[in-house]
Write a protein that binds this ligand. Structure first.
Ligand SMILES: Nc1ncnc2c1ncn2[C@@H]1O[C@H](COP(=O)(O)OP(=O)(O)OP(=O)(O)O)[C@@H](O)[C@H]1O
Length: 255
């Protein structure tokens, strides 16, 4: 899917010569320190960013809205609207601007959205304004909204951020169960959660893929090296300058 991809922002290299073959049905977690390029990788996979070098394709085709969808975090929902209305908004990309604006307010064909809410276990909360839902429930509504795209690739950027530990596991389980043969690629900060719930782990630091292995094969020293690599000067050539004090070096997030 990623063939020798590099993405720069000005002089800053966010993703550097990344090649990854990702297949339908896989469950992939991308981990790594802050600034590693994880979100940039996901946005490239979503077609929201174009690579400066290389290509991003899925199954031989360019990425479009029906190929890949990015599930946003639960906080991005419209608070005053119901869960159903927010999920219906997931079809906005396929509608004209005006229809897209009006339709979520007047849902004439709620069935597809109700199906997606059912898939995430929230069909009985369809009429509830999302401001009354828990953080975990909001995240599940955000997944239902993304499922409306019927895309072959589901992408999620830190879907467990700001959730308590039991909700984190639940949210990942719900997402896994709601998907069928689709490819799932998730950026996760919690390494333990990634190792427990995903088949394949991609470790990134300084824009590079440092390892790409089955979850059960990830070794502690690989994780140590990954997060130590992230302590180098971000976005330059990926090497430590040698001038940092120990206190400048971020503590690995998986500890
Ligand atoms: N739109 C942008 N403009 C300029 N620089 C950017 C932009 N997006 C990302 N970057 C830079 O690219 C690098 C990689 O950022 P990215 O957000 O992909 O990292 P990340 O691994 O997701 O980090 P975090 O875990 O902190 O979210 C960072 O140094 C970041 O500052």
């Amino acid at each position: 899917m990623f063939d020798s991809v590099t993405k720069r922002f000005g002089g800053k290299v966010a993703v550097r010569d990344v090649s990854l073959k990702l297949d339908a049905g896989e469950r992939v977690a991308v981990i790594g320190p802050s600034g590693a390029g994880k979100t940039t990788l996901l946005r490239l996979a979503a077609g929201a960013l174009q690579p400066d070098v290389g290509t991003v394709r899925f199954d031989g085709s360019n990425i479009t809205g029906s190929t890949a969808t990015l599930a946003y975090q639960g906080e991005t929902l419209v608070d005053r609207r119901t869960a159903l209305s927010n999920v219906l908004a997931g079809r906005l990309g396929a509608l004209s601007w005006l229809r897209g604006f009006i339709e979520p307010l007047l849902p004439k064909h709620p069935e597809p959205a109700l199906e997606r809410l059912d898939a995430v276990g929230l069909v009985d909360r369809a009429d509830v304004p999302v401001k009354s839902l828990s953080a975990g429930e909001r995240q599940r509504v955000a997944f239902a909204r993304a499922l409306m795209q019927d895309a072959e690739v589901m992408l999620a950027d830190e879907p467990t951020a700001n959730l308590d530990p039991s909700s984190r596991r639940n949210v990942i389980d719900v997402l896994d169960a709601a998907l069928d043969g689709e490819l799932l690629v998730t950026v996760l900060h919690e390494v333990d959660l990634a190792l427990e719930h995903f088949d394949r782990i991609v470790g990134m630091a300084d824009g590079r893929v440092r390892f790409d292995t089955p979850a059960q094969a990830v070794a502690d020293d690989q994780l140590d090296a990954l997060f130590a690599a992230g302590a180098s000067t971000p976005g330059t050539d990926g090497e430590r300058t040698g001038t940092e004090k120990e206190s400048d070096v971020p503590v690995p997030r998986y500890v």
